[in-house]
Every structure is written in structure tokens, then in C-alpha cells.
Write a protein that binds this ligand. Structure first.
Ligand code: CO
Length: 362
């Protein structure tokens, strides 16, 4: 059985947000032919997408073809809109969250959902997270790797995930038992990456490394011991950098240990204990996945494919299934158990996932 923790979805239609909120920078969809649409930012095309980005029936056909029992749905990160006025980002978040909840309600054994929240206003964000958990039944939230401040920014300054203002969000997630999936967006150094798709290939792994570094060095896991966090794309460049992180921690405590005296290595797996936080499996390389499993433990690495986008794994779980050395128990964790544990899905309800006629998850 496979649960795909990392998939993105959009509504088929939404209002012209530039017109609705009165300033530019939002994404709109142009349906130029039956199966396809263009995501547009002003007159510039951001990405061409197909109907599997919005149609749950098309998604289920493709899930059945690739053996995926359940997708965990989250918005496309370009929709975060952390740069917008907080009330407008809240309005957009509510619209996207209601849409995801509606799909989960219609197909409760095939989809689970993650919310999006206006992180530029942590109090509003925490309240929307509470609504999504208590009223919509979503299992968690997807957030970016930092709170961006771009040329349109109407909110506060750029903040990393160690910023004390975000404690109210971590606190809400902990109290609501909501899982937090951290996905890179608004990549650093964009102006220096005009070619070769570098914001996606270099910027995204760097963003995720930045987010993990800030949350570990910043002591977020010390302040919120029950918080469950997963990082996309196998934790980006962090896993390969852990030796450097630990060395820096020892040789320059004056610079590195200012907010937290806990060695970053201690958040990773030791002996039989898995890591303190989770990552998805989307690394596209068998040796990288093996390193990930060694550093985090199979119980902290969850299948994630980035469906339906081309930089994802076309057959979700193929890389995991290709690794001969893994035991059946490890593969079971990687393909579904870790996602179930991260999301807090109850055992008996997910046992019903394979039986698509069974009762809803909650
Ligand atoms: Co993604």
C-alpha cells in the first residue's frame, strides 16, 4: 500500500485575485484547451498544467495505474502569497483549504489534506490552522521555507522559521495535533539563477537546508517537543551537510550555539531511535535515498512524489521499491507507515484505505 505525502492540487477555477484584492502578483488560471491550463502571473506564464492538477477523478485514475492508495493534497507553493496583505492571504487560504477539504470529503479513502495559512501574520495563520483542523478535518498544514518579502510585499520583513513570531503557529500545530510539511518556495538567490532551471535545482534544496538549519539551531524542536515536521525533497541539501553543521557547532559555538546548545546531529537517527523530524523520499538517486534512511530511519522517510509535476517521481515509490537491501518492514514504513505516523492517521482507519468502499478516515 502506498500513501503519497507530497502531491499538489488546485481548484479548477478561481476569481481574478489581482482584481479582487486590488494589486498585482497573484496567480490566475487560463483554460486554453479542454485538458490544459496556464498558470499566469500578470502576462507571464508561470507553468502549464493539465487536468490532473484539479480533477480528482483524473488523479484517482492515475493513482490506480501507479498503485497509490492515498494522496496527501497540498496547494502549489506559488499560491502561498506570504507577500500579500495578510487579510487577502487569509481569504485566499480559506478558499484553497475549503476546496481541499471538499475533495477529501468526497473521496475520504483516497485523499487526505494539508492546509495553507497566511504565515506573514502568525496570529491569523494559527487561527486558520485551527479552523482547518477542527472544522475541516485536515490533518496538517504545508508551509514555505521562510516568510518571504518580495517586491510586492505588504507584510512584515523576511523571516526564517526560527523567528520567535512563529511560535504561535508551532504552538497551535502542537496543540491541534497538526502535522507541518515544509516545502521550499521563493528561492534564495533567484536573481543570480537566470538559467538552467536553477531556482528549482539549486535554490529549492538550499531553501530546505536553510529551513532545517534555522529550526534546529533555533531550538524550535526544544520549545515544541511534540511538534511533527516533515521537509520536502529529502530535506534538500541538509542531509549531505550534517557533518559541516556539526563541525561548525563545535568549532564556533559563539556563532552557532547562540539559541540552542543541542548538537544538530542529535536530531538524526541513533541506534534504534529514528530522527526527530521527517523527510520525504524525493531524491531521484538510490544512494541518496540510502543515506537518507541511514540518517533518519525508515520510520522518518515518507514516500513523496511531487505529483503531478515533472520534477517529481513519475511512478511514486519506484525508487524505494528498487532498493534490494531494504527489508519488507522498512519498505512498508517508507511507502505508507511513515506518512500515516506523521499525519496521525489511526491504524484501524488506514487499514481501510486498501478497501476503497470502507468508512472515511475521520
Ligand atoms: Co512540491
Amino acid at each position: 500500500m502506498k500513501i503519497d505525502l507530497h502531491t499538489h492540487i488546485l481548484p479548477r477555477d478561481w476569481p481574478d485575485l489581482d482584481a479582487k484584492y486590488g494589486y498585482p502578483g497573484f496567480i490566475r488560471l487560463e483554460h486554453h484547451k479542454p485538458c490544459c491550463a496556464r498558470m499566469m502571473k500578470g502576462e507571464r506564464m508561470f507553468r502549464e498544467i493539465q487536468d490532473n492538477s484539479w480533477d480528482p477523478k483524473r488523479r484517482i485514475e492515475e493513482m490506480d495505474a501507479t498503485g497509490v492508495a492515498m494522496q496527501v493534497l497540498s496547494t502549489v507553493p506559488v499560491m502561498f502569497s506570504y507577500w500579500a496583505k495578510p487579510q487577502d492571504a487569509l481569504d485566499l487560504s480559506r478558499f484553497l483549504n475549503d476546496h481541499i477539504a471538499e475533495i477529501v470529503r468526497a473521496y475520504p479513502t483516497r485523499f487526505a489534506g494539508l492546509a495553507t495559512i497566511p504565515l506573514q501574520d502568525p496570529d491569523l495563520a494559527a487561527r486558520e490552522l485551527e479552523r482547518c483542523a477542527r472544522e475541516l478535518g485536515l490533518h496538517g498544514v504545508q508551509i514555505g521555507t521562510h516568510v518571504d518579502a518580495n517586491e510586492h510585499c505588504h507584510g512584515a520583513d523576511c523571516r526564517n522559521l526560527d523567528d520567535a513570531s512563529l511560535d504561535v503557529v508551532w504552538s497551535a500545530a502542537e496543540e491541534l495535533n497538526s502535522a507541518v510539511f515544509v516545502h521550499p518556495w521563493d528561492m534564495m538567490g533567484k536573481t543570480r539563477m537566470p538559467k538552467y532551471w536553477l531556482p528549482w535545482l539549486v535554490g529549492m534544496p538550499a531553501e530546505t537546508c536553510l529551513a532545517i538549519s534555522c529550526m534546529t539551531f533555533g531550538g524550535v524542536f526544544e520549545r515544541f517537543p511534540k511538534l511533527r515536521v516533515a521537509y520536502a525533497h529529502g530535506g534538500g541539501s541538509y542531509p549531505f551537510t550534517i557533518g559541516r553543521m556539526e563541525h561548525g557547532f563545535h568549532v564556533r559555538p559563539d556563532l552557532v550555539q547562540t539559541d540552542n546548545r543541542v548538537n544538530p546531529r542529535s536530531y538524526l537517527a541513533t541506534g534504534d531511535s529514528p530522527a526527530r523530524f521527517y523527510v520525504d523520499s524525493l531524491v531521484h538517486d538510490a544512494d541518496a535515498l540510502k543515506l537518507l534512511i541511514k540518517l533518519f530511519g525508515a520510520q522518518r522517510v515518507a514516500l513523496g512524489s511531487d505529483y503531478p509535476f515533472p520534477l517529481g517521481e513519475a511512478r511514486p515509490g519506484q525508487l524505494i521499491e528498487s532498493i534490494q537491501e531494504l527489508s519488507a518492514a522498512e519498505k512498508s514504513w517508507l511507502l505508507s507507515g511513515t506518512a500515516r505516523d506523521f499525519l496521525g492517521l489511526a491504524e484501524q482507519s488506514t487499514a481501510a484505505i486498501t478497501d476503497h468502499t470502507a468508512a472515511p478516515l475521520r
